[in-house]
Design a protein around this ligand. Structure first.
Ligand SMILES: [Zn+2]
Length: 262
């Protein structure tokens, strides 16, 4: 029965983690998310999403969830107490070590399920490195891609966020109100939207020009977006849609292999 890799015995792992198995490595973060959310948001969302996917498809598709990596590349929040981040070099080494161990276990397919947008570039690099170094088929999926790294989804973008709700905003706060309402204090939620940035044609979140930024470049409050209207109902809708989409992606991933053209 597929499920959580860490709950297996060693002998069971050597039997079950074979070339047909796919292992999801959720990647979280411990980083400030403003005054209304806990540090563990990305860790919780990545873990819950991976758990939901494995619950739904684990047995059918032989998909396993590895423990969530709690720390990752969160140095855009380095200024804030409580943020624990890995350097670029350390994280690269950690990802390579995890990939090597899974390849050694007999697994062929490794899926990084990324809960923290700031990891995206590095995880893409890690996918290629693990493909070359360990012969794995590697994939990167996201429960939610914030508009800092992809164009905002017009179906979800809130009018008050102007496409700038990238961190602790309406969507993330709503998802947390669905998953862990005990950890959300909406009475402390305030709007913090960089309207000046939204006016640019190119240099902006989701624009054609990428730019280096730190979360305190947008003020000292920490989050970027407008969480004021967040709700558990919206969070449930977003989370359920995301899990459905992740399952759709997993179905294609488990059947994916390279085919020579000649
Ligand atoms: Zn987050």
């Amino acid at each position: 029965m597929a499920g959580f890799l860490e709950m297996l015995t060693g002998p069971d792992a050597s039997r079950l983690l074979n070339a047909d198995a796919t292992v999801i490595v959720p990647v979280g973060a411990i980083e400030q998310h403003g005054p209304h959310l806990p540090l563990a948001v990305d860790h919780i969302v990545a873990s819950e999403a991976a758990g939901a996917v494995v619950d739904r498809l684990g047995d059918e598709l032989n998909v396993w969830a590895a423990p969530t990596l709690p720390y990752s590349k969160s140095n855009e929040h380095a200024w804030s107490a409580g943020t624990i981040w890995l350097s670029n070099e350390t994280m690269h080494r950690v990802l390579d070590d995890i990939a090597r161990c899974l390849a050694f276990s007999g697994v062929r397919r490794l899926v990084f399920l990324n809960g923290h947008g700031g990891n995206s570039t590095l995880l893409n690099v890690a996918c290629r490195e693990a493909r070359l170094a360990h012969g794995l088929l590697t994939f990167l999926i996201h429960p939610f891609i914030p508009p800092a790294y992809a164009a905002p989804d017009p179906d979800v973008a809130s009018d008050t966020e102007l496409g700038m709700g990238i961190h602790g905003g309406l969507r993330e706060t709503s998802v947390m109100m669905h998953l862990r309402p005990d950890l959300v204090d909406l009475s402390k939620a305030v709007r913090n939207v960089p309207e000046w940035l939204a006016e640019n044609d190119h240099v902006k979140f989701g624009g054609s020009v990428q730019f280096g930024w730190l979360s305190n470049d947008f003020g000292s409050v920490g989050h970027i977006g407008d969480p004021v209207g967040a709700s558990a109902a919206l969070g449930k809708k977003l989370f359920d849609e995301s899990v459905g989409f992740l399952c759709e992606q997993l179905r294609e991933i488990v059947g994916f292999d390279f085919q020579p053209c000649d």
